[in-house]
Structures are given as C-alpha cells and as structure tokens.
Design a protein around this ligand. Structure first.
Ligand SMILES: CC(C)(COP(=O)(O)OP(=O)(O)OC[C@H]1O[C@@H](n2cnc3c(N)ncnc32)[C@H](O)[C@@H]1OP(=O)(O)O)[C@@H](O)C(=O)NCCC(=O)NCCS
Length: 161
C-alpha cells in the first residue's frame, strides 16, 4: 500500500498543518475552502494513510500566459493567440514532518497528470513562486523561468508533453 493518498479538499481538519511558512498554513486553514466554493481554485490534499494526517497540499486554477513571454523554442510550437492557456499551481506545501521524503515531487507529478488528463486546453503547468527558494525548487523539477515583468515576480512554466 502506498503511504499517501491524494484527496480533494472537503471538510478535513486542517488546523494542525504546519509547513513552516505561515502564509501557506493560513491559506489552507482559512482560504482554500472558500476559494474552492467560489470555483477560483481546487485544493488537493496528500493524506498519510496510516494516520489520516494532512501531509501536503496544492491548488490548481486556470490561467494564461502572454505568448510573447515564452521562450522562442516553446512559442514556435503554439498557435499565435496573444494569451496561451495554462493551469496554475496557486500554492504547494509539505508539512515539516514530511519534508525531504519526496512528497513535493509526488504532488507535482499528481498535478501534471491531472492537467494531462483534463478535458480543457492548457499547454503547461505554471506557477508564480513565492520566493527564491521556491523558484529553485520548481527549476529543480524542470520548470522554465520566464523573464520577470514586475519586481518580485517569479513566473515559471512546465510545458505538458
Ligand atoms: C519546498 C517544499 C515544497 C519541498 O517539499 P519536500 O517534500 O521536502 O520535497 P521533496 O522531498 O519532494 O524533494 C524533491 C526534490 O526537490 C528538491 N528540493 C526540495 N526543496 C528544494 C529547494 N528549495 N530548491 C531546490 N531543490 C529543492 C529535493 O532536493 C529533491 O530533489 P531530488 O528528488 O532530486 O533528490 C517544502 O519544503 C515546503 O513545503 N516548504 C515550505 C513551503 C514552501 O516554501 N512552499 C513553496 C515552495 S514549493
């Protein structure tokens, strides 16, 4: 049996979740459910099977990226529409007790598979990384960094297939 399962957020108790980043803890506790009810994001939880503890989470929402921001070798494979559809990872975090076990990699793989199987056009997974560490994490997993347009923006893309 695998150690974790991935469930969509419903009413699981989220009060104990601690990834070491208060904004990401707070988002899961207070805002993820509301965003989901308003259809502005869907939240997926990694649950440890043995304990039913929440070990990690990520959110997905639709978005777009301006075609002229993409590297030439990526843009040339796409239609010439000014905005190109993507699915955005809004947030992604792993609880401290589970960090370093490969769970973040598994969450990214799960997100990738969902987008691949989605009956909605989206050519890439995109993320606006919250800090330099997060940016390094996504680059480690093959995401391409786009030129920043505003100070502090760290937009990255992982083309699907
Ligand atoms: C960043 C975070 C998601 C990583 O979770 P994790 O479960 O510890 O990561 P994994 O064990 O799945 O690591 C997978 C790979 O990513 C690498 N990695 C992890 N954090 C990294 C970082 N900050 N920079 C570069 N690589 C990183 C690991 O070395 C590992 O590489 P390998 O498989 O080639 O050996 C987690 O530490 C976290 O939630 N931190 C607080 C919240 C946060 O910062 N979230 C935003 C960033 S996504």
């Amino acid at each position: 049996m695998t150690r974790f399962r991935i469930d969509r957020l419903v009413k699981q108790n989220r009060s104990d979740f601690d990834c070491g980043n208060e904004a990401l803890n707070e988002y899961l506790r207070r805002h993820a459910g509301q965003d989901q009810r308003r259809r502005c994001a869907v939240c997926f939880l990694a649950i440890e099977n043995a304990t039913d503890r929440i070990a990690g989470y990520y959110t997905l929402a639709s978005g777009s990226v301006d075609l002229d921001r993409l590297p030439a070798d990526v843009a040339k494979r796409l239609p010439r529409y000014p905005a190109t559809p993507v699915i955005k990872i809004g947030r992604l975090a792993v609880a401290m007790a589970f960090q370093g076990t490969g769970l973040a990699r598994a969450l990214l793989a799960d997100a990738y598979k969902r987008v691949l199987e989605l009956d909605v056009g989206a050519f890439a997974l995109a993320v606006d990384a919250i800090d330099d560490d997060a940016e390094a994490f996504y680059q480690h997993h093959g995401f391409l960094k786009l030129q920043s347009r505003t100070i502090g923006e760290r937009l990255l893309l992982l083309p699907i297939v």
